[in-house]
Design a protein around this ligand. Structure first.
Ligand code: GLN
Length: 538
């Protein structure tokens, strides 16, 4: 029978509810349990894929092609497991499926209401996500008391009512602020937030208390007493040097004891040896490497979350600190690549959409290619490396992507209108297709060419990586590229996946997004190889 842990947030947002949930999941997974996770987002958007990365951070892509909230990325990175479409849903999705069912006559003319219909739909999705796992950790977005969150809280209450008491647990992540002028930690906000939870019918069994300074034991006891949780179930969560340190900190706080007690398990003993040594490499690394990270949305680093984390994972395994030199592609256009990239050891051009900053990215690629710096181009970074090569080596000055010039005479990056998606279904996209839902999304296979960097990283045979893009490298240019020294080393269903320049120490462009499959314990192979080469090139 699946055990459910519901994680709610109190007082204010940004307390690290996602990292807390993922940390508990990591500890349980390292103890040998089959753990899965679910994020419930209270916003009304049906499709997180069309939300602005500037407002919302990165759009994460699952293996089965769902565009999700970036928290799903944290979950995968912490539990090293592939999640899917069913592991994230929004209020918008819940309402739209209930309304669709009503339109189709599925409710036989009943009056459709929040209770029971919306709440039933939420519960069905929670049960579906938990099916077959030992534990499902459910993170409820937002803060207790939010109007949008009420149907989810009601679902948590009903799930608790429908199941044996020892199969559901409520954990509340809250803030214990330190008031400097009074020199005191304050418990009142937590008490109020727990009262609000109880008003909806949810009793927390554990408090995770975000705090800037250490919680004295009498204060913990006071919190336990006033909020009616066991004395050992008040867990301190101070600021950590790395998010990956949080599971270790929770372990030291004894978080697993009350969890074991609640679920009537004898003991829960995680094996955290490797994890601990990786965290040590992140906090006190032996080496360091400077990576030029060329991108456009540099105002909000959250939009490159998975990529930053993937670099960090590689660094942890190489015992090296990752210093990111943020290079704004528009600044490169104004001031030149040499000045902005400076003495970085390697160059990364990340994915992106739209024409802004593209010429600066091409300049950065030119700089990396001609100065023999290790180069990794991801998605748009791969497409632009083809354009750079065609323009500057092959001599096709007008080589372009139809994304930037719809009528270009040399469409080296073009739009294929028909392709087979992850489930083998035919997809159609045209210039008139809406942006939402017409990207190539999710995992596709590729087979590395013998002797390539790709093969060295992934091994021979078939591997899979995830995609999120509209345009493709045009195979009509494959021959002229290869004749001139840029080689296609990976293909997927006849589409160009990877290009390399054999006459360069390490130059790789990948159409896929390798950052989505990296986890702390298992860094992504091509990103690892890139960082390793950067380190060697110091
Ligand atoms: N804009 C390009 C495309 O749509 C690349 C997308 C990306 O880098 N994710 O194909």
């Amino acid at each position: 029978m699946t055990k459910y842990i519901f994680v709610t947030g109190g007082v204010l947002s940004s307390l690290g509810k996602g990292i807390s949930s993922a940390s508990i999941a990591a500890l349980l997974k390292q103890s040998g349990f089959d753990v899965s996770m679910l994020k419930i987002d209270p916003y009304l958007n049906v499709d997180p894929g069309t939300m602005s990365p500037l407002e919302h951070g990165e759009v994460f892509v699952t293996a089965d092609g769902a565009e999700t909230d970036l928290d799903i990325g944290h979950y995968e990175r912490f539990i090293g497991k592939t999640l899917g479409k069913g592991n994230n849903f929004t209020t918008g999705q819940v309402y739209s499926s209930v309304i669709q069912r009503e339109r189709e006559g599925g409710y036989l003319g009943q009056t459709i209401q929040v209770i029971p219909h919306i709440v039933d739909e939420i519960k069905a999705r929670v049960y579906a996500a938990g099916k077959g796992h030992d534990f499902l950790i459910v993170e409820l977005g937002g803060t207790v008391g939010d109007i949008e969150g009420l149907p989810f809280m009601e679902a948590v209450r009903e799930i608790r009512h429908e199941n044996p008491k020892t199969t559901t647990m409520n954990i509340h992540v809250t803030l214990v602020p330190y008031i400097a002028a009074a020199g005191e930690l304050k418990t009142k906000p937590t008490q109020h937030s727990v009262q609000e939870l109880r008003r909806i019918g949810i009793m927390p069994h554990m408090l995770i208390c975000r705090t800037e300074i250490k919680l004295p034991s009498d204060l913990k006891r006071k919190l336990a007493y006033s909020c009616d949780v066991d004395d050992d179930a008040v867990i301190e969560a101070g600021d950590a040097k790395s998010i990956y340190q949080v599971p270790m900190n929770f372990l030291k706080e004894g978080i697993l004891k009350p969890i074991a007690k609640h679920f009537e398990l004898k003991t829960i003993e995680p094996d955290m040896d490797q994890w601990d040594s990786l965290v040590k490499h992140i906090i006190a690394p032996k080496d360091e490497v400077n990576i030029a990270f060329v991108g456009k949305y540099l105002e909000l680093k959250e939009s490159y979350k998975s990529l930053i984390e993937a670099l960090l994972h590689a660094g942890a395994h190489l015992n090296a600190k990752i210093n990111i030199n943020w290079c704004d592609s528009e600044k490169i256009e104004q001031e030149g690549a040499a000045k902005i990239i400076g003495d970085s050891s390697c160059v990364l051009v990340a994915g992106g959409f739209g024409e802004r900053g593209v010429e600066g990215k091409i300049e950065a690629i030119h700089f990396a290619r001609t100065n023999k710096l290790p180069y990794l181009g991801i998605c748009l970074g791969m497409q632009l490396s083809i354009l750079e090569y065609l323009r500057n080596v092959v001599g096709i000055d007008d080589a372009n992507s139809v994304e930037f010039d719809k009528d270009t005479k040399e469409p080296a990056i073009y739009l294929i209108e028909q392709f087979l998606d992850t489930s083998g279904d035919e997809q159609i996209r045209t210039y008139e297709s809406p942006m939402g839902g017409t990207l190539r999304l999710g995992e596709y296979p590729f087979e590395p060419k013998k002797g390539s960097h790709l093969e060295k990283a992934y091994g021979s045979g078939i591997s899979y990586e995830r995609h999120r893009h509209r345009y493709e490298a045009n195979p009509a240019y494959k021959e002229v590229l290869e004749k001139n020294g840029m080689v296609v080393t990976g293909q997927s269903h006849g589409l160009i996946e990877v290009v390399e320049i054999p006459d360069h120490p390490w130059f790789v462009g990948v159409q896929f997004h390798p950052e989505f499959t990296s986890s702390l314990q298992k860094p992504n192979p091509i990103i690892f190889d890139f960082v390793k080469n950067g380190l060697e090139n110091r």
